[in-house]
Every structure is written in structure tokens, then in C-alpha cells.
Design a protein around this ligand. Structure first.
Ligand code: ADP
Length: 309
């Protein structure tokens, strides 16, 4: 793992970042490479030479992902950025076991991924909560599906609602909550099934800037407290740098890994930190080339029918 918390707490840091527990946790979890540079455990997620082609309406195959190689270590927070349509969501779906790659292999904790599993949970932009269930029932839902006994469900529901600061809303209806609160319920529901990996697909994209800032803080705190592995897709480079241990940049169609940026900045971070802005600029410089290509492709697709006889 590349960086972590600052060696001494900053006065403005939230209490979780100042707690010995949170700080020592980073030291305790064996995520750093061994002195030899060899990892001591298999990568939590490993993508080896992944290619995926979709079939177009005319029956043509078009490649969406092209020879993707990526390893994500236990407890790592990896953000994936790239232009729209480069295959970011597709990549998460493959890891979740919701789609099958055309070629290549995906390994989860050393075992090939063949199907969805409760050890990998997706969180989407639309929180997909059940409006007819209360907040608490929504959080308990996944656990019920997993066959967890009622008493433990209730305990975990309370624990995870406390973790996302929604303890008081256990009996509330979903429609009584703001967008940010609903997304926190979705996070609590995902965490309550105690997955190893959270696969987050632009989870904050529909939220206003202020709510998003708050959820960045919350997610960073939850990540520290739970030690989960997170793979987070976003089109927002500043968000990726603010949250990630590493930012992986994909090329425009077909998606390939163009660059990886280790983010060695101290935590907790803030969107407006000058270091976050400067690092985001480096990522953006490379992303801009890909966005230009995607715009050219879109432009060509629109113009072409007009100039063809
Ligand atoms: P991103 O998340 O980066 O915006 P996606 O993973 O959603 O990109 O999509 C990658 C490419 O694959 C896009 O060109 C998209 O149109 C195409 N695609 C995604 N899902 C399907 C599907 N089920 N069938 C055909 N094409 C798809």
C-alpha cells in the first residue's frame, strides 16, 4: 500500500484519523510489499490479459476491453478513470461475475471468478433501495438473502447504520431521506453482508457537490475502519485522487490500461488540497488525450452519414 495517514495527526483531522486504532490498523494489515518486493499474499483481485468484445446490433463484434492486466491488493483503494464508454463499468461487472470476459482470467483471492458472489458487492450511482422497506429492512435485506440469522441481522444492521451515521433513521422510509442519506444506506447495505471487496460504479455522480464532499469523508473513514478493498469507478479525476491509493487510467475504446498513478499523499485528504489538485492535473493531462479521441470518434460518427453518398 502506498501511503497512508500522516505520521503525526493534523489538528484539523477528524477523530477517526487521530485514533490509535485507525492509525495502527494501517500498520497491522499486511498490505505493504514484503522487503524483497514480493507480495506475501495473492492479490485480492487479479485481472490477467482480459479482453471483452460486445456484439453490435448489426452483428459485428467490437472490442470494449483490450488486454487488461491489473492487480488490486487486499485493503487497497483503487480508482479507475477514463473517458465515457471506455469500459470502466464493464470492468466492474466482470470482477463482480455479472459478465464473462471473451478471453483472459480474473482471480479473486487466488480463485478464478466464475459467477457473482457475496464476497464482491457492487454499489451503483442509483442506490437501488427498495422503497417499500424501511432503512433498517433495506440494510438487512442482503443478509437475509445470505441466510444470516435474525438476531445477527439486527445487530449488524444497527452496527452498520451507526457506521454511516444513520442510526436514528432505522425505522424511516426511504422517501424521507435525502440523496446522500440514501447512498449511505446503500453503502451500509453492501457492508452489512461483509464483502471483501466493494465495487463502486460512480456512486456519487448524481449527488450535489456538498453532499459528495461529505460522502468522500465518510467513505474514507469507513474504508479505514473496515479495512475493505475498494475498486471505485469515476469520471471525476479530482475525486479519484482524493480517494485512491492508486488511480488507473483507461484509454478510449477499447479500454486498455494507459497509466497507473500511485497517490502517495497523506490522509485524510480534501478535494481542495493543492497536492490533490496538482496530482489530478497530471492525470488529467493524459486523460485529455483520450477524451479528445472519444470526441473525434463521436464527431466522425455524426458527420459520416451526411458525407457518405
Ligand atoms: P464506461 O463505464 O467507461 O462509460 P461501459 O463499460 O459502460 O463504459 O461501456 C463500454 C463500451 O461497451 C461502450 O461502448 C458501451 O456502449 C458498450 N457496451 C456496454 N454494455 C454493452 C452491452 N451490454 N451490449 C453492447 N455494448 C455494450
Amino acid at each position: 500500500m502506498n501511503m497512508r495517514l500522516t505520521s503525526s495527526p493534523r489538528s484539523g483531522d477528524p477523530s477517526w484519523a487521530r485514533s490509535e486504532n485507525a492509525r495502527s490498523r494501517f500498520g497491522l494489515v499486511s498490505r505493504a510489499p514484503a522487503p524483497s518486493g514480493e507480495s506475501t499474499e495473492p492479490a485480492k483481485v487479479r485481472l490477467h490479459d482480459i479482453c471483452l468484445s460486445y456484439r453490435s446490433q448489426t452483428g459485428e463484434q467490437f472490442p470494449a476491453l483490450d488486454h487488461i492486466n491489473l492487480e488490486v491488493n487486499t485493503g487497497e483503494f483503487v480508482c479507475v478513470v477514463g473517458p465515457s464508454g471506455c469500459g470502466k463499468s464493464t470492468l466492474l461487472h466482470l470482477i463482480a461475475g455479472l459478465h464473462r470476459q471473451s478471453s483472459g482470467e480474473i482471480w479473486f483471492a487466488g480463485t478464478p471468478v466464475a459467477a457473482p458472489g457475496t464476497d464482491r458487492i457492487m454499489i451503483f450511482q442509483e442506490h437501488a433501495l427498495f422503497p417499500w422497506l424501511t432503512v433498517g429492512e433495506n440494510v438487512a435485506f442482503g443478509m437475509k438473502m445470505k441466510g444470516i440469522q435474525r438476531r445477527e441481522r439486527e445487530e449488524r444492521t444497527r452496527y452498520y447504520l451507526r457506521l454511516v451515521h444513520l442510526a436514528k433513521f432505522e425505522k424511516s422510509c426511504i422517501h424521507q431521506l435525502s440523496g446522500g442519506m440514501r447512498q449511505r444506506v446503500a453503502i451500509a447495505r453492501a457492508l452489512a453482508t461483509e464483502p471483501d471487496v466493494l465495487l463502486m460504479d460512480e456512486p456519487f455522480a448524481a449527488l450535489d457537490a456538498q453532499t459528495r464532499d461529505i460522502l468522500h469523508d465518510e467513505l474514507e473513514r469507513i474504508w479505514v475502519e473496515t479495512g475493505r478493498t475498494i475498486i471505485f469507478v469515476t469520471h471525476n479525476v479530482r475525486e479519484a485522487v482524493r480517494l485512491g491509493d492508486r488511480v488507473v487510467l483507461l484509454t478510449f475504446r477499447p479500454g486498455r490500461v494507459k497509466s497507473e498513478f500511485p497517490i502517495d499523499l497523506s490522509r485524510p485528504r480534501h478535494l481542495e488540497d493543492p497536492e490533490v489538485a496538482a496530482t489530478a492535473r497530471q492525470v488529467l493531462d493524459q486523460l485529455r488525450e483520450e477524451i479528445n479521441q472519444s470526441l473525434e470518434a463521436e464527431y466522425a460518427a455524426v458527420i459520416k452519414p451526411k458525407i457518405e453518398p
